[in-house]
Design a protein around this ligand. Structure first.
Ligand SMILES: CC(C)(COP(=O)(O)OP(=O)(O)OC[C@H]1O[C@@H](n2cnc3c(N)ncnc32)[C@H](O)[C@@H]1OP(=O)(O)O)[C@@H](O)C(=O)NCCC(=O)NCCS
Length: 197
């Protein structure tokens, strides 16, 4: 997390409500993460292998300094999904997506893409033209999700090597190539026009 710019929570959108289910009670709420959410986020990520589980402190930093580029999806106050992202230093048109987690019970309805859509629709991210992330070659669900996002944004996805397996030392960690999606404009039909499947 070192070297990332400081964002302020005030720039994030307040709450976005998606009436995704029949019942108003089960409506999805998207909002920036807060300090009080961090234990639940930590638990959610712990249940979403192969994600690396970061320390509670790291998630507190995300909620404190990067909430305007992170999103939490909740139903009835229960976290269903979480995306952590940030603006790489000096590259204000790039949103780097760090972790994407969707609870098992909420999978299969493109919630990950919906969370990314919510981020791209925020006023503070109006200038974003590229999404970058790293995804291991074997993570088919994540790759399919980002390929679908690129298609919905009517743009391309390019893959290059970034973090080789050797960089993770003795850990049993796969390589993490870089996926770069873009350029795109937020006027794309995706933004503000994606619903749960
Ligand atoms: C990756 C993840 C966030 C996607 O969650 P989601 O929004 O519920 O995604 P969906 O189940 O709707 O699937 C998205 C796409 O991937 C496809 N997909 C899902 N699982 C798949 C699998 N095992 N193999 C191939 N494709 C798969 C779906 O068919 C869908 O494709 P479509 O949009 O063309 O219909 C979720 O699976 C997750 O939390 N995984 C564990 C953590 C993780 O790997 N995070 C990403 C790290 S970069």
């Amino acid at each position: 997390m070192t070297g990332c710019p400081t964002d302020t929570a005030s720039a994030a959108s307040p709450e976005t409500v998606h009436e995704s289910e029949q019942s108003r009670d089960s409506a999805l709420i998207f909002r920036a993460p807060r300090h009080a959410d961090v234990h639940a986020i930590h638990h959610l990520v712990s249940e979403c292998p192969p994600l690396d589980l970061n320390s509670l402190y790291a998630y507190l930093l995300l909620a404190e300094h990067f909430s305007s580029t992170c999103v939490l999806a909740l139903t009835n106050g229960n976290p269903q999904g979480f995306v952590s992202a940030y603006l790489p230093p000096g590259r204000s048109d790039v949103l780097f997506v760090w972790q994407v987690a969707v609870h098992h019970s909420a999978r299969g309805r493109r919630l990950a893409r919906l969370m990314l859509q919510e981020l791209l629709a925020r006023p503070n991210l109006e200038g974003i033209r590229y999404i970058e992330t790293t995804v291991s070659p074997g993570n088919r669900a994540s790759r399919k999700m980002f390929e679908g996002l690129a298609a919905a944004l009517h743009t391309s996805l390019h893959e290059t090597s970034l973090f080789g397996r050797h960089l993770f030392g003795g850990q049993a960690h796969d390589e993490e190539p870089l996926l770069r999606i873009g350029p795109f404009h937020r006027a794309s039909p995706l933004v503000g026009n994606v619903s749960m499947v």
